[in-house]
Design a binder for this molecule. Structure first.
Ligand code: TYM
Length: 334
């Protein structure tokens, strides 16, 4: 197995990233065999597709790398790096830009959502974003890509690009990467609006639990989370039309490593006055130790930078031969 995944450096990591992606990365890393490789990276080039302040981008990269380390990514077992330090990602993305079709990119829901009505004013990078993502994956000839549900379409695009490239140039260079979305991977929604995903770009900090939040802030955010006046139902059907209630049950279940039904078995008939404090206690017990490790790691940011540089050197050694093969396939003299 060659596992590759990334995370955009557009802000603090939150509970959605943790339960939707990072926890799966750590589990994968911990279950790898001797011949398998895991590569995890900070997608700082992808962050350039939206407006971002240079100083913030630089500190985000270090802080997010520290968060991954705090959450259990072990740089001796996984390759941890930032995308910008491995130029082959950009070089391969340009080559794959000759293979990807405008029609394919036009269908990407993330592009449609993020560009909104102002497509003419969106950056070119936002449009070609999935081509860089394909390069991130195909450059390592990845077999498996652990992501959340929302990235599935980008993965399908990477597979389409790989298929067309292999066919157009008569090579067998890129294996088709499989998205890995374990069955129990939840989609975590905003604490203020159960129909929007928990996101770094939501202007309200109360909409998300950041992995850097203090215990008190975690408890406050859950206490103030939007809910409804009804008690919790005895079965999942009773959560229909109650997006906020369902989201809190989903979060509880994911943190407790339980099925949502068993959470309902325990809390059926109880109101949020009882459920929310229990949820806050559980979240603090799970996330508190990660936050404490993160705070300690942030005491020495240079050490985190050194870890990323070491990871980049290992990544470079793996990606370079694939880039050379792609350059040869298309007839570039380099
Ligand atoms: P990003 O940075 O938006 O999110 C990182 C990972 O977290 C998952 N995720 C969620 N899962 C559940 N609930 C949520 N509310 C939630 N929010 C985010 C995402 O599915 C993702 O797995 N384009 C990617 C980054 C990327 C990448 C790659 C991923 C760049 N190159 C190559 C895989 C392979 C992104 O923006 O993820």
């Amino acid at each position: 197995m060659r596992v590759v995944s990334g995370i955009q450096t557009t802000g603090n990591l939150h509970l959605g990233n943790y339960l939707g992606a990072i926890r799966n990365w750590v589990r994968l890393q911990d279950s790898m065999g001797a011949d398998d490789t895991c590569l995890f990276f900070l997608a700082d080039l992808h962050a350039l597709t939206v407006s971002i302040d240079p100083a913030t981008l630089a500190s985000n990269t270090i802080e997010m790398a520290a968060t991954l380390l705090a959450a259990g990514i072990d740089p001796d077992r996984s390759i941890l790096f930032n995308q910008a330090r491995v130029p082959a990602h950009s070089e391969l993305a340009w080559i794959l830009g000759g293979t990807a079709r405008v029609g394919w990119l036009n269908r990407m829901t993330q592009w449609k959502d993020k560009a909104g009505k102002n497509r003419e004013g969106a950056s070119v990078g936002l449009f070609t974003y999935p081509v860089l993502q394909a390069a991130d994956i195909l450059g390592y000839r990845a077999t498996h890509v652990p992501v959340g549900e929302d990235q599935k379409q980008h993965l399908e695009l990477a597979r389409d690009i790989a298929t067309k490239f292999n066919l157009d140039f008569g090579v067998d260079l890129f294996p088709l990467p499989e998205p890995m979305i374990p069955e129990d991977t939840p989609r975590i929604m905003s604490l203020r609006d159960g129909s929007a995903k928990m996101s770094k770009s939501d202007p309200s900090d109360m909409s998300r639990i950041n992995l850097i939040d203090t215990d008190d802030l975690i408890a406050t955010k859950f206490r103030k989370a939007k809910t409804d006046p009804e008690p919790l139902p005895g079965d999942l059907a009773g959560l229909a039309g109650r997006a906020e209630a369902r989201n809190l049950v989903t979060i509880f279940a994911a943190l407790a490593n339980e099925a949502p039904q068993s959470v309902l078995d325990r809390f059926a008939g109880q109101g949020f006055g009882q459920f929310k404090p229990a949820l806050a206690d559980l979240a603090v017990a799970t996330l508190g130790p990660i936050r404490d490790r993160l705070v300690a790691l942030l005491d020495d940011r240079d050490a985190v930078g050194t870890t990323l540089a070491r990871g980049a050197a290992k990544a470079e050694a793996l990606v370079r031969p694939t880039l050379l093969a792609a350059q040869r396939a298309v007839g570039l003299q380099v």
